[in-house]
Design a protein around this ligand. Structure first.
Ligand code: SF4
Ligand code: MG
Length: 335
């Protein structure tokens, strides 16, 4: 079966006073029905811009590529069509600080309006009942009372749950969650992720989870895409990524770079910062920070290649692709 969403060679650039920022530089990934794809990367890696562009939320950008959603290319869809698809087919959850809950309106009313905006046949009373049920479903205590609260009367974790309720209100086939738990403390974070996973299992919703935190990925993702400097460096099933990653950047994210005696290096596993996207480095975008970089890395950009005979695992790195060859090459470069 074809994937629910297939993003192909997506490129997004913005004109700024300093020059053209190439925020996304040829990104491809698929989202399967009912599955969770995690997109991981540091801030500025292009992970948010990619997904926001796919759902039509970037403005003033130059965009190319394809984003086939149920066969329809979202990049050529009209604003009106995209508005309909967002909400009805694709639910969105953002970080609490960019909450899509309006501070002046009651939480339940906002969820009800969301339901009624897409289906006027639903009465106000029905929409309210549905809102209470949704709030119950995401674990808000006493939902029949809390439904009339304003967002500020909710804790951060409850606001995130309410946002999930709102995103799920129209029973979407795809949920896009951009750093949904970043603003929350670790315990609440785990609870919110669990709510999302439960709903997903119950409704068969696919999830694109954008995060800078590999810990968040570990329990929920089926597949992982690692982004850096507007490109995909590695893409693999979760287990494969954690236990048999290929790319040095992934290795760095997982904190398994060769142990250094320098404490700063320990506290910050990957030294240096991501490159400028106005003038991205030649060759491999990671080469200025890569402990294994060799001559070829500075001039030629490695294309994504299949790792260890696993067709679902790709890495964009010049190191040998089989485990033995890779370890040997690393040992040689390292000394
Ligand atoms: Fe490092 Fe070279 Fe691989 Fe880039 S291509 S990650 S610089 S070894
Ligand atoms: Mg972001």
């Amino acid at each position: 079966a074809s994937p629910l969403l297939s993003v192909q060679d997506l490129r997004v650039s913005f004109r700024t006073p300093d020059g053209v920022v190439q925020a996304v530089r040829g990104v491809s990934f698929d989202v399967e029905r009912g599955k969770t794809l995690a997109i991981v990367g540091e801030s500025g890696s292009g992970k948010s811009v990619s997904t926001q562009t796919v759902v039509g939320l970037t403005r003033g950008a130059k965009v190319s590529g394809k984003a086939l959603f149920e066969g329809r290319d979202l990049l050529t869809a009209s604003k009106e069509e995209l508005r309909r698809i967002r909400g009805a087919k694709i639910g969105m959850i953002f970080q609490d600080s960019q909450s899509s809950l309006h501070p002046y309106y009651r939480v339940g009313w906002q969820i009800s309006e969301m339901i009624r905006a897409h289906n006027r046949k639903v009465s106000k009373a029905e929409a309210r009942e549905r809102s209470i049920e949704l709030l119950r479903r995401v674990g808000i205590p006493k939902p029949d009372r809390r439904v009339d609260d304003f967002p500020h009367q909710f804790s951060g974790g409850m606001r995130q749950r309410a946002m999930i309720a709102m995103a799920m209100a129209l029973d979407p086939v795809l949920l896009v969650a951009d750093e949904p738990t970043t603003a929350l403390d670790v315990t609440v974070q785990a609870q919110v992720l669990e709510v999302m996973a439960d709903l997903q299992a119950e409704f068969g919703t696919a999830l694109v989870l954008i995060t800078h935190d590999l810990g968040v990925v570990a329990d929920v993702a089926d597949e992982v895409v690692v982004m850096y400097a507007g490109t995909v460096l590695e893409r693999a099933p979760r287990r494969e990524l954690f236990y048999h990653h290929h790319h040095p950047y992934t290795e760095g994210l997982l904190g398994s770079l060769p142990v250094e005696t320098d404490m700063r290096r320990r506290l910050r596993p990957i030294a240096g910062s991501p490159p400028s996207l106005i003038r991205p480095p030649a060759g491999c975008p990671f080469h200025p920070r890569c402990p294994y970089a060799f001559d070829r890395c500075r001039t030629e950009t490695p294309p994504p290649r299949q790792v260890d005979a696993n067709e679902n695992h790709q890495s964009a790195c010049w190191l040998p692709l089989d485990a033995a060859g890779r370890d040997e090459a690393r040992a040689n470069i390292g000394t």
